[in-house]
Ligand binder design. Sequence first.
Ligand code: SF4
Ligand code: SF4
Length: 179
Amino acid sequence: MKKYAMVIDTKSCVGCGDCVIACKTENLVPEGLHRDWIVEDVSGKFPNLNMEIRSERCNHCSNPPCVTYCPTGASYIKSGSNIVLVNKSKCTGCKACIAACPYDARFIMPEGYVSKCTFCEHRIKKGLVPACASVCPTHSIDFGDVNESVSNVLKLLRKRRYKTLIPEAGTRPNVYYLI
Ligand code: SF4
Ligand code: SF4
């Protein structure tokens, strides 16, 4: 089985937002809605402040509450992989998945169904990486299958310190942040 992961380097991300624009263009995301976004996280006390910049999106969790709480089966894990998708024809727009997602990764499209990052599944099928990863000028976004021993994502996770977001939620995210 494919276990796709995105590994994002918070040390080299400059917050330019190219990933956000690439996603909007690739996936025709309507004005005012976002499948990915930039977070600037400031911690510490002046003058010893630290700023972490993160490009965030759906974590394609291995234990996704959005799927568990979807009453119609519209939210599902794609067979043979860990990609979490939405079947818009089954979605009633009830927002149960939006309430269940601890990452605020989902939104309602103007047509009334829920949408979110798909890891650019349509590009993966063609052997391409997600649009955000393809345009990042600082090469801060890596994408691949952690079940492949030769994958760069696995090498990065072995070599660098990393974290996932809100691990205490028990969702087992597949987006990793190098720190
Ligand atoms: S494109 Fe790369 S550098 Fe720019 S905000 Fe996104 S992750 Fe950061
Ligand atoms: S980040 Fe949210 S929408 Fe994405 S798989 Fe996890 S719970 Fe579901």
